[in-house]
Structure formats: structure tokens, C-alpha cells
Design a protein around this ligand. Structure first.
Ligand code: KIV
Ligand code: ZN
Length: 516
């Protein structure tokens, strides 16, 4: 049996569907580039029939990503499969992933069909998907709770119809590791054509078992593991791929398997996903938590000083965690900035050096020393910014005390610069009132978070907001040495996205009027 485990990432599909605000196409592309750099074999980019936005992002990812196979999800319905194929057809290599529920509770109470119907729909959808590609994945939703005879029957039928990968999800995270491994072992023993397809697993983490269950399945013969970065996803999330990666890297000899991943990309991929998805990582999270490699107790520290292997089963360097304390200053030239980006592993195509250098100089003037993580943050923020942002903050002045705060701003609104001043119960409140007045947008905030990016006093302030506008949620983020300015940037990020969406809707409307 092949000893390479295929890594299937569904951060942009199963992970994204659980976020409070959807990712933009640009954000999804940034994550897809990071996944490609990490070396994941398959990127599930979305569910194209679910919305025009999802269709557009699957298409953009299919067009731009060459190093990983691009996959899209489709229910076992003809239209879903056709739309998925349409979004994917620009890709160099693509897969259609179709699914239907197979557990008795789902078949009877959700689908309200007979099991014969379900098998027939599975066969029909796999056959249809095979018209577009010879890479078709079929998933038996809620396989973990499906009677084993029914599961064997549908797996055999799907493979006969042409499925090249058959995925066995523990959709509700219900099974125990030996139980789930047993299901996979039974499939290998009882399904006669099982050798014609790769058996995949997709485990959710409701009982905290997803990684253990996936690894038990690998030991039983599964050769594809599905999951998400940082384990984001429905309810308690999906299987965390960085954990699967490091289990296989650390215990590969015991398991007899490997992956094609570039493990030293794990740390920054995880940080990027956390940042763009606005999903902080708990400090004690395995592999990527802030404390995953720190040793607190005196006894442990003593052991580490004598021999690192006493308490360290994997090194921080192996996931790409570098302890660099670069001190670039405003006197550092463009070449120095580029050289530090090279050292951190970024290619010229990952960022625009002119923009990064301008942003670096502004930051260096205000902050003095600029560290590697600052450069990384500047790059991510510049990649999110749109050249055509309509509203830009040109000037900000804040007076704040123990009673009220006053803020005055100059805001670029298209070609015009406008000024406004307001009083509020705090500086952010006063600033937001200025922005609401000048832009004409009044937005309800569901969430407002301030965090420090970077270490100690040298950290930058990062503001993240979730805003609700006409029933749709937007995530806005801002980064600055000043937390009030960062808060303003976060609100402008949201307002620029809304303004852009409004403009697109207006253009579509006037085109419709022209054709009437
Ligand atoms: O959890 C699940 O069953 C799924 C399927 C669509 C694969 O996400
Ligand atoms: Zn799932």
C-alpha cells in the first residue's frame, strides 16, 4: 500500500462556512497561496452553487493556483455538479466532490427518502461528475453513524460508478478512535472493489477526537485525510491539519506513512488563517499555540538546558517558528527589507516591494525598530487593501480625558478631502461618529476586538470588527501603532467593502435597466 497520505484541505469550504463574516475573494486567494506553499495536495476551495461569491472565489483559486489540485463541493444534484465543473474548468488539475447523507437518521428525517434512492442518487452524481473529470470524490455524509452494511453497499456502488476517492466523514464527531478505525478496516475487508479508490476520512471535533480518529483510520488503510488549518469549521471544528502533519512527521516511523507537506510553512500558514478568519488560536493549542514550545516549570527548564529531548518531541524550527529579532530602522534601505523578506521565505511575487517599503518607512518613523513580524503584518494588510479604496484616512487628531473625547479627521472620499469633528464617550466612539457622518454609512457593530500584534511594548495595535449591514456580515481589520487609528482603519475596511458592493450592485442595476 502507498505510504504517502494525501492531505486535503477544506479551510476555505468547511472552515469558511462556520465564520461569522465570509472571507472576500482576495482573502481566500491569500489563504490558497499559503496552502499551496505548505504543499497540501488538494484544496477544497468552496461550494460554487451556494452563492455567486463562492463561485467567483473557486474560479479565482482555480485560475491562480498551480501547485495543488483544486476541488469544489456539490450535493448529489445535477445542477450543483454542473456549476462546480463550470467554476473549476480553468484549473490545471481539478476534482469534483459530491456528497449525500447515508446514516439512517439523515436519510429518513433529513432527506426523507429510501436508502435505494440514496444509492441511486450517489451513482447518478458520480457518473455525471465523471463527464467533466476523471478525479471524482464521493462522500457519505454522517458515515460514522451509518449501518455498516449500508456503508459497504454505497461505497462499492460509488466506486463502480467511477469515484476515485471515497470519503468517510464522521460528520458529527461521534465515534471513538478504535471504532472509526474499525469502520475503515471493515470497508477494506468487505468492499470488493476498494482497491480502485483512495479511502479518505473527514472527522469533526465535537468530542475532541478528530485527530485521533483520523490517525486510527490511516492505520487501518485510509490514505487521504481531510481537515482545516487551526481546526476551524462547523461547531467544534474539523480535524486540525497542522496536528495531522506533525503527528505524521514526528511518529512517521511508527505509522509507516509520510506526507508531501513542507512542515516549516505550518506556523505562518496558521497565523495567516487565524488573522484573516478572525479566529484567535488558544495559547495551549497543539503545534501552533503560543505556548506549544514554551516550558514553564523549573524542572522542565532544567531538563531542557541539559538536553532538549527531555521535554521536546519536535522543534519549533520544524514548523517554521524562528526567533528572529530583526531591527530594521527608517535608515534601512529597500534591499535590507527585501533581504529580510527573503530570509523569512517570502517570494517577490508574495508582495509588492514598493508598497511594503513605503509602509515600512511610515512605521519605522513612528515606532523606531521594525521587527520581522511587523513586516509580515504590513505585507498581509497591504495585500488586503484595495488600490481603489474610496475612503482613506488622511489625518487623525484625538483629545481624550476622563470625561469625554474629541476627534477630528480628514477623510479622502474619492477625489475630495472632507473634514469632520465629533465628541464621543471615548476616542473610538468620537472617531466612528466622524466616519459615519462623512461616509453616510451608519453600521451596527456585532463585535469589536483590540489585540496586540507583536511582542511587549513593541507590538502594534490590531482592531478587528464584525459589522452588520443590510443583513450581511463584514469583517474589518486595522493595524497601527495607535489603537484609535487601527480602529478607524478597521471601520473603513468594512465601509470600503460595502461601498464597493453597492457600486457593483448599481452597475448591474443600470445594465438591467438598459436592456429593458
Ligand atoms: O462533515 C461532512 O460530512 C462534510 C461533507 C460535505 C464531506 O463536510
Ligand atoms: Zn465537514
Amino acid at each position: 500500500m502507498n505510504d504517502q497520505v494525501i492531505i486535503f484541505d477544506t479551510t476555505l469550504r468547511d472552515g469558511e462556512q462556520a465564520l461569522s463574516a465570509s472571507l472576500t475573494v482576495k482573502e481566500k486567494l491569500q489563504i490558497a497561496y499559503a496552502l499551496e506553499r505548505l504543499g497540501v495536495d488538494v484544496i477544497e476551495a468552496g461550494f460554487p452553487i451556494s452563492s455567486p461569491g463562492d463561485f467567483e472565489s473557486v474560479q479565482a483559486i482555480a485560475k491562480n493556483i498551480k501547485g495543488s489540485r483544486i476541488c469544489a463541493l456539490a450535493r448529489a444534484v445535477e445542477k450543483d455538479i454542473d456549476v462546480a465543473a463550470e467554476a473549476l474548468k480553468v484549473a490545471e488539475a481539478f476534482r469534483i466532490h459530491t456528497f449525500i447523507s447515508t446514516s439512517t437518521i439523515h436519510v429518513q428525517d433529513k432527506l426523507r427518502r429510501s436508502y435505494d434512492d440514496v444509492v441511486e442518487m450517489a451513482v447518478r452524481s458520480v457518473t455525471r461528475a465523471r463527464k467533466y473529470t476523471d478525479d471524482v470524490e464521493f462522500s457519505c455524509e454522517d458515515a460514522g453513524r451509518t449501518p455498516i452494511d449500508n456503508l459497504c453497499r454505497i461505497v462499492e456502488a460509488a466506486i463502480d460508478a467511477g469515484a476515485t476517492t471515497v470519503n468517510i466523514p464522521d460528520t458529527v464527531g461521534y465515534t471513538m478512535a478504535n471504532e472509526f478505525g474499525g469502520i475503515i478496516a471493515t470497508l477494506f475487508n468487505r468492499v470488493p472493489n476498494i482497491d480502485k479508490a483512495v479511502i479518505s476520512v473527514h472527522c469533526h471535533d465535537d468530542l475532541g477526537m478528530s485527530v485521533a480518529n483520523s490517525m486510527a483510520a490511516v492505520q487501518a488503510g485510509a490514505r487521504q485525510v481531510e481537515g482545516t488549518i487551526n481546526g476551524i469549521g462547523e461547531r467544534a471544528g474539523n480535524c486540525a491539519l497542522e496536528e495531522i502533519a506533525m503527528v505524521i512527521r514526528t511518529r512517521g516511523e511508527f505509522l509507516g506513512v509520510n506526507t508531501g507537506l513542507k512542515y516549516d510553512e505550518i506556523h505562518r500558514t496558521s497565523k495567516l488563517v487565524s488573522q484573516l478568519c478572525n479566529m484567535p488560536i488558544q495559547a495551549n493549542k497543539a503545534v501552533v499555540g503560543a505556548n506549544a514550545f514554551s516550558h514553564s516549570s523549573g524542572i522542565h527548564q532544567d531538563g531542557m538546558l541539559k538536553n532538549k529531548n527531555t521535554y521536546e518531541i519536535m522543534t519549533p524550527e520544524s514548523i517554521g517558528l524562528k526567533n528572529q529579532a530583526l531591527n530594521l530602522t527608517s535608515r534601512s534601505g529597500r534591499a535590507a527589507v527585501k533581504s529580510h523578506m527573503d530570509t523569512m521565505g517570502y517570494k517577490d511575487t508574495d508582495y509588492d516591494l514598493n508598497t511594503l517599503y513605503d509602509d515600512f518607512l511610515k512605521l519605522a518613523d513612528r515606532k523606531g525598530q521594525v521587527f520581522d513580524y511587523d513586516l509580515e503584518s504590513l505585507m498581509h494588510f497591504a495585500n488586503l487593501r484595495d488600490e481603489d479604496d474610496y475612503f482613506k484616512l488622511n489625518y487623525l487628531s484625538v483629545q481624550s480625558g476622563s470625561v469625554m473625547a474629541t476627534t477630528s479627521i480628514k477623510l479622502q472620499c474619492g477625489d475630495e478631502e472632507k473634514c469632520e469633528a465629533a465628541v464621543g464617550n471615548g476616542p473610538v466612539d468620537a472617531l466612528y461618529q466622524c466616519i459615519y457622518k462623512l461616509t453616510g454609512y451608519e453600521i451596527a457593530l456585532d463585535k469589536f476586538d483590540l489585540t496586540a500584534k507583536g511582542e511587549g511594548e513593541d507590538g502594534l495595535g490590531q482592531a478587528d470588527i464584525i459589522a452588520n449591514y443590510k443583513g450581511r456580515k463584514y469583517h474589518g481589520t486595522g493595524l497601527a501603532t495607535d489603537i484609535v487609528e487601527a480602529s478607524g482603519q478597521a471601520l473603513l475596511h468594512v465601509i470600503n467593502s460595502i461601498h464597493r458592493a453597492d457600486q457593483i450592485a448599481e452597475i448591474k442595476q443600470s445594465k438591467r435597466m438598459e436592456t429593458v
